[in-house]
Design a protein around this ligand. Structure first.
Ligand code: SF4
Length: 334
């Protein structure tokens, strides 16, 4: 009798496939400036993207690889659903090229129906709380997360590359399946942002032509950005050692270093927990509405407690917000 299929084997193979789908393809040395690299807040990032081979980059975390792969799957689903709904979906994954500035990009697709002109579309699938936080171009520009602000920069450069006045950012709520469209227009602000990125592309091209590593001024050197960067080990940014660093002695370090190692091991599980926890609670809130206080999910019982919060009686006085992030350096720190 044939050996039974093991659940663990299926899950492992599925994860390996997803990892390959996202983590290996598209991470080689770029021969041109990808629009998405130009939207990154660090100019050095765009230069390294052209200079550093794949095997010298920090490998993509499996958790992120799954997220990217999921995003691509969602885009395919949206396209298929729009076609099934009777729209003509065309120019799928067509390439945009601007040889003068060595800029390349890929549009997701264009959409039209008989009797109407078409429009270019870029799909982003979002967690419910991200989906709910965006209803306008201003929401994109002022968003607290940089990856959302990058979407604006990406699409305005697409508009210039494709010589069009309008672009649709199509957002899909991954939890409820809802769709919304934010229409971007090529106005003066959009032009300015596109010009900023074209100027960046020119500087990147000059550095690449000379085979020149990024200069210090081109590095953002921000722990919250650098800790996620695939070029960290090549770039070795001078993290916070600007005369304000405190160097701990071996005695002061004590357990702290091994706790940081343990923290790093737990980090991906913790962020997965946070994201799943938020998504579940948003969904529970949505299905419960304003009246129900219990939602039964199979064997799970979600209890909802609503507590009125009084408005602040007086304005909050000024205080200093402290954010601490960690990144492991391969450069000597002691
Ligand atoms: S490690 Fe930081 S400074 Fe260096 S390229 Fe990446 S984001 Fe820029």
């Amino acid at each position: 009798m044939a050996e039974a299929l093991s659940p663990a084997e299926v899950v492992t193979k599925y994860e390996q496939y997803k990892l390959h789908d996202s983590g290996v393809r598209g991470r080689g040395m770029a021969t041109a400036n990808h629009v998405t690299a130009l939207t990154h807040e660090c100019e050095a990032y765009a230069i390294y993207n052209r200079l550093v081979p794949a095997n010298a980059r920090k490998s993509l975390e499996p958790r992120l690889a799954m997220v990217f792969s999921e995003g691509r799957d969602q885009e395919r689903i949206v396209k298929r659903d729009l076609m099934d709904a009777g729209f003509d979906v065309y120019e799928q994954q067509s390439q945009m090229v601007w040889p003068e500035f060595q800029i390349v990009g890929h549009q997701d697709f264009s959409i039209r129906q008989p009797g109407f002109g078409g429009v270019h579309v870029d799909v982003k699938s979002c967690a419910p709380f991200t989906f709910d936080s965006i209803d306008s171009v201003e929401d994109l520009l002022n968003h607290k997360w940089s990856f959302v602000r990058h979407w604006y920069s990406q699409l305005v450069l697409y508009m210039v590359l494709q010589n069009c006045e309008t672009y649709w950012l199509m957002l899909k709520n991954k939890s409820t399946g809802k769709l919304k469209v934010i229409e971007l227009r090529l106005n003066d602000d959009a032009y300015r942002e596109a010009e900023r990125m074209i100027a960046k592309a020119k500087r990147v091209n000059e550095a690449v032509a000379k085979g020149q590593e990024p200069e210090l001024a081109q590095k953002i050197t921000d722990p919250s950005v650098c800790s996620e960067c695939e070029f960290f080990n090549v770039c070795l940014p001078d993290m916070g050692f600007k005369g304000k660093a405190v160097m701990l002695s071996a005695e002061e370090i004590g357990e702290l270093e091994s706790m940081l190692e343990r923290r790093a091991e737990l980090e991906s599980a913790a962020s997965e927990y946070d994201s799943v926890d938020k998504e579940i609670k948003e969904t529970i809130k949505e299905v419960a509405g304003t009246e129900s206080d219990v939602v039964l999910v199979g064997e799970w019982i979600a209890s909802i407690k609503r507590t009125p919060v009084r408005p602040e009686a007086k304005p909050r006085s000024r205080y200093t917000k402290t954010v601490i992030s960690f990144v492991k350096s391969e450069a000597p720190t002691k």
